[in-house]
Design a protein around this ligand. Structure first.
Ligand code: AMP
Length: 382
């Protein structure tokens, strides 16, 4: 494929914050952006040239959309496989639809990891009551039952605390196809966000440390404090994942780090990732610009971290006691505010994030937490 150069129109399937930050990077470089999703006035649509509003299963609308752009990428991995296939009739889809198909379904994703010999959380597939009983006997308790489809941020997950509780746990997620995972008493969670081009070139931002609250990412810190050998191993595993999947674009590998430093892959996200948001302010090339470079067939940019950074998510909960105190927050001069343009602040909904820069990771963390705490300060305009 010839490179897609500035001035061309890029298509994004999905319309959330990941597409918004992709569109901002693309527009900065002189591209046009078209977005496709069932919703109106979306985070991506607000900063795009064209916002197409149609269901993902309206394949004629998908074909018309793809015919109007030079390349299609996505920011939402639950785009159905027929949608990606219909788009591919009219424009290159990057990463290819098969990457979505594998990573949007936990059974397919874990089976891929197992077959590729990549280290992953021990699991069993559960589609019948018999599978469930055998899985609990094999993996023990506690263990975690996760739906195969549409799982993210801890949705569709339930902890199985005893064999007697297994059937009710499965009923609570609707008795749908699922995986049972061994519970991992991890020391920490880390991720590698990486990019790969059609010519096989590869780049990542190194290991990012992640802290979750209620199963949702809360804080990311870069660089992480894991031992150099663990960091090197994580990068090798991530590279092997992108090569085995033949990814053209950006993919995030989330890991559990066990005591002793062994890495287990928790899950894959075939797109820019929340843990890579800090690259927007802290790196020579952000994960969003890199996605653009990879899918457009341009050389990858430098992933050098210009300085240590920490990111804190802003969930809808921050609005619970009224409008946050933005003035107090942006009074922190080393902190950058990102808001996604979502009008309704629901509990647990990702509304924005803050990134703090510093000369060391712990100061970056202190700064980002101070700025986030400032959002709750009483407002007194004088
Ligand atoms: P997930 O949506 O599968 O990434 O799960 C969200 C979070 O739940 C993870 O980042 C972990 O903090 C926790 N979690 C998920 N699976 C496991 C597991 N097998 N063992 C321990 N903690 C887990």
């Amino acid at each position: 494929m010839k490179p897609v150069l500035p001035g061309a129109a890029l298509g994004v399937l999905g319309s959330g914050q990941l597409g918004r930050m992709f569109a901002i990077a693309a527009r900065r470089m002189g591209y046009r952006v078209h977005t496709f999703s069932p919703d109106a006035d979306t985070p991506t649509g607000q900063v795009s040239d064209i916002e197409v509003i149609a269901p993902y299963d309206d394949l004629d609308a998908v074909r018309r959309f793809a015919a109007g752009v030079s390349v299609v990428t996505f920011e939402f991995e639950n785009v159905p496989a027929p949608t990606a296939a219909a788009a591919a009739e009219y424009a290159p889809v990057r990463p290819r639809g098969e990457v979505l198909h594998i990573t949007q379904h936990r059974i397919r994703e874990k089976t891929f990891l197992a077959r590729a010999g990549l280290p992953h959380t021990p699991f069993r597939t559960v589609t019948t009551p018999g599978d469930l009983a055998r899985a609990v006997a094999d993996l023990g308790c506690p263990s975690i039952l996760k739906t195969a489809d549409f799982g993210y941020d801890g949705k569709g997950q339930v902890r199985v605390t005893s064999p007697d509780h297994a059937a009710s746990a499965w009923a609570s997620i609707g008795n749908v196809p699922a995986v049972l995972e061994a519970f991992i008493p991890f020391e920490c969670e880390v991720s590698i966000v990486a990019a790969r081009s059609a010519d096989g070139s590869y780049a990542d931002w190194g290991v990012i440390e992640n802290r979750h609250r209620n199963h949702i990412l809360d804080i990311s810190i870069a660089p992480s404090s894991v031992a150099p050998a663990v960091a090197e191993n994580a990068r090798e595993i991530a590279r092997a994942v992108l090569e085995a999947l033949d990814v053209v674009g950006v993919l995030c590998v989330e890991f559990f780090v066990e005591p002793g430093g062994r890495l287990l892959i928790n899950e894959l996200a075939p797109r820019p990732h929340n843990s890579g948001h800090l690259t927007f302010d802290a790196s020579v090339t952000s994960q969003f610009e890199q996605q653009l470079r990879a899918v457009c067939g341009l050389p990858l940019g430098s992933t050098e971290l210009l300085c240590p950074a920490a990111m804190a998510n802003l969930l809808g909960d921050v609005w619970e006691r009224g409008e946050p105190n933005w003035r107090a927050c942006v009074a922190h001069p080393q902190v950058k505010l990102h808001l996604y343009g979502k009008s309704e602040a629901r509990h647990g909904r990702k509304m924005g994030h803050l990134t703090a820069l510093a000369s060391d990771p712990s100061t970056a963390l202190e700064r980002v937490l101070a700025a986030r705490n400032a959002l709750a300060c009483p407002q007194n305009y004088t």
